[in-house]
Design a protein around this ligand. Structure first.
Ligand SMILES: CC(O)(O)CCCCCNCCCN
Ligand SMILES: [Zn+2]
Length: 667
């Protein structure tokens, strides 16, 4: 299934008609440069073009009051003076004779997107709209927003499709208070937002935008606010919050649909956000959400005011929705202290609502609050000092071209095992390097005349070579001895490949720990066997009580440990090894295979035992980028597993900064 793109140039036909410094950044060009970039990069014509429609009164009344709608209906007939007068009652927003029409199209576009995804016409999609929506409230326009496009879409989806749970992810740099107010007592809609806050000094300066607004009554726990109390947040800060807050909770919530308030003012260069995250981070944020809700994801444009980073970020998002592997994340150096404090506060505030956070460190409330006040005062003084600090022009490299290899998935299968559609069957190329073959023979093939093992291994080696050259994206091999094949690839990667290898071993087996000494290989093993304590930074045994058979424990380990560590390590190849007795179920296996493709530009090589041929089809579908099946609502992870995870994170966070979830204790 494809990706929908919804855009109509009618939404560019309104603009600010008078002087208002607060609103001058919200210009029609935001939409035109974004759409033109999608065309220029050949992404628009890879999408399914879906037309906009006007939201009906009934649609709008799902969120807004009748009096507000009636008032807005009058604006097309107002004089300039009346429009100015009408605008005065709201904050940081402007009206125009054509904005009501455009606001109906923006909301209607979001609804068209929901229909396209929910009816299975497409898998996911993006709506390029203006005016934005997430600040508008039941009876008020606010922050460039007239109707709350995404809130209307959530109510519409629940009503029309009987959805039980909708996740709204708001990665815009402003707090979508309109969305929060709409759903704060509603446990069927989980609203997640990060936003520039600076201890309530940044617009809209609301007390209820802080981390302790967790939702009300039945909705308690279903509103997650991550305040950024400093500007300059980077890719590491964003990924940390996804791995340690949003994703664990989102998987536990198990939404039927994911809506994204896709604001790109959280990217570098934006005058509003003043953050430093690069546009390609949105490829990863999108990728990390694409295995929720069976891949049903609707992204609706909110903010984004830098006309260079906005189109770049939009292209990164759409290209990922189309299934292209994400670029390797630029050097991730761990979250900053302010982000860690926010992370700690949010996890602590939600401990009581989400079992994945149950063991999150508590907030020593007294100490943290006084520390925060001290920090804020300190910042106040500094702020005074550099009042005149103008926003220096930020520059950043053009996001890397994301070329998809001609072969998406290559499979090395024994005779008689069918190769699923979309995959290429891969055999040892005749020109297998004789030197390598001989070395294999010596090192790995026990009885030298076992030509079957030899051909399989040489196929593996040439497969790895072709992945290295980006001729093949991912691979899957059924081998007679998984451990031996793993050693062979580890050995080859350590010597022949110049880059880093991440080995993810699912299930018990002896692993080549000596090879992890050279820092070229990190090996993470999930099993149920307590392994002898390894002090090595590069061999990480994750011992789970029920091994990989307990979905929630295993998934929390993947989200909270494997992913952050994998992102920080930034391998050029991921080797995913499934042991015969791993006990991992297909849907968890597919989630893992899907999530890991955010690393190494999707270069994932899967090794499985020959006997597991019924695993070939589900694994191949994950390698082809199909969304993994939903895991269902996850029960609490076993306390022992959460304990193991917390201890491991604590032990490793000195070496792996993205594993941190609390600010280092300051003296
Ligand atoms: C969709 C959105 O969240 O991007 C809207 C942001 C509104 C910002 C209002 N204040 C602007 C102050 C100008 N320096
Ligand atoms: Zn914004």
């Amino acid at each position: 299934m494809g990706t929908a793109l919804i855009y109509d140039e009618e939404m560019t036909r309104y603009k600010l008609l008078w002087v208002d410094p607060a609103c001058k950044i919200e210009v029609p060009e935001r939409l035109t440069v974004s759409h033109e970039a999608l065309i220029k990069n050949g992404l628009a014509d890879r999408c399914v073009s879906v037309p906009v429609r006007e939201a009906t009164d009934a649609d709008i009344l799902l969120v807004h009051s009748e009096e507000y709608l009636e008032a807005v209906k009058k604006t097309p007939y107002m004089t300039l003076e009346d429009l100015k007068e009408f605008t005065l009652q709201y904050g940081d927003v402007y009206f125009h004779p054509n904005i009501y029409h455009c606001a109906k199209l923006a909301a209607g576009a979001a609804l068209q997107l929901v229909d396209s995804v929910m009816t299975g016409k497409v898998r996911n999609g993006m709506a390029l709209v203006r005016p934005p929506g997430h600040h508008s409230m039941s009876s008020a326009a606010n922050g460039f927003c007239v109707f709350n496009n995404v809130a209307i879409a959530a109510q519409y989806a629940k009503q029309k499709y009987g959805l039980k749970r909708v996740l709204i992810v708001d990665w815009d740099v402003h707090h979508g208070q309109g969305v929060q107010y709409c759903f704060e007592d509603d446990p069927s809609v989980l609203y997640f937002s990060w936003h520039r806050y600076e201890h309530q000094k940044f617009w809209p300066q609301l007390r209820e935008s802080d981390y302790d607004s967790v939702g009300k009554e039945k909705g308690a726990g279903f509103n997650i606010n991550v305040p950024w109390n400093k500007v300059g947040m980077k890719n590491s800060d964003y990924l940390s919050v996804f791995c340690h807050v949003l994703l664990p909770v989102a998987y536990e919530f198990c939404p039927d649909l994911v809506l994204v308030c896709a604001g790109f003012d959280s990217a570098i260069g934006d005058p509003e956000g003043e953050m430093c995250a690069s546009p390609d981070i949105f490829a990863h944020l999108t990728h990390l959400l694409m295995n929720l809700a069976g891949g049903k994801l609707c992204a609706v444009l909110e903010g984004g005011y830098n006309l260079t980073s906005l189109p770049q970020s939009v292209c990164q998002t759409v290209q990922t929705l189309l299934g292209d592997p994400a670029p390797r994340p630029a050097n991730l150096d761990g979250p900053c202290e302010s982000a860690l404090e926010s992370l700690h506060c949010v996890r602590s505030a939600h401990r009581q609502y989400w079992s994945c956070l149950k063991h999150a460190a508590k907030l020593p409330t007294f100490e943290i609050s006084t520390k925060r006040v001290k920090l804020a005062e300190e910042e106040e003084r500094l702020e005074k000092g550099d009042e005149e600090k103008s926003q220096e022009e930020q520059v950043w490299p053009e996001p890397p071209k994301r070329v998809t290899p001609p072969i998406r998935a290559a499979l090395v299968l024994p005779n008689g095992v069918a190769c699923p559609d979309g995959c290429e069957s891969f055999g040892a190329s005749e020109d297998a390097d004789p030197v390598i073959v001989n070395k294999l023979r010596e090192n790995f093939v026990k009885d030298a005349d076992d030509c079957h093992a030899l051909t399989t291994l040489s196929s593996l080696i040439s497969l790895v070579e072709k992945m290295e050259k980006n001729e093949i994206c991912s691979g899957l091999a059924l081998v007679c001895d998984v451990s031996m094949a793993m050693m062979c690839v580890v050995q080859h990667a350590a010597t022949a490949l110049s880059k880093r290898l991440l080995v993810v071993c699912v299930g018990d087996t002896a692993v080549p720990s000596d090879d992890t000494e050279n820092g070229k290989t990190v090996l993470v093993q999930f099993s149920s066997k307590e392994s002898e304590e390894q002090k090595c930074k590069y061999y990480i045994p994750v011992c789970l009580k029920k091994g990989c058979s307990d979905a929630s424990g295993f998934l929390q380990a993947v989200l909270g440990l494997l992913l952050p560590l994998g992102y920080e390590y930034d391998p050029s190849l991921v080797l995913l090894v499934r042991m015969p007795d791993s006990g991992v179920c297909d849907s968890v296996w597919q989630q893992l295979t899907g999530l890991l493709q955010g690393l190494a530009q999707g270069h994932t090589l899967v090794l499985m035992q020959e006997g597991e041929k019924e695993r070939v089809a589900p694994t191949a579908s994950a390698l082809l980028g199909d969304a993994a099946p939903s895991l269902g609502q996850l029960h609490s992870p076993l306390p022992e597993d959460v304990e193991v995870l917390e201890r491991l994170r604590h032990r490793l966070q000195g070496d792996w900064k993205l594993l941190q979830t609390t600010a280092p204790e300051t003296g």
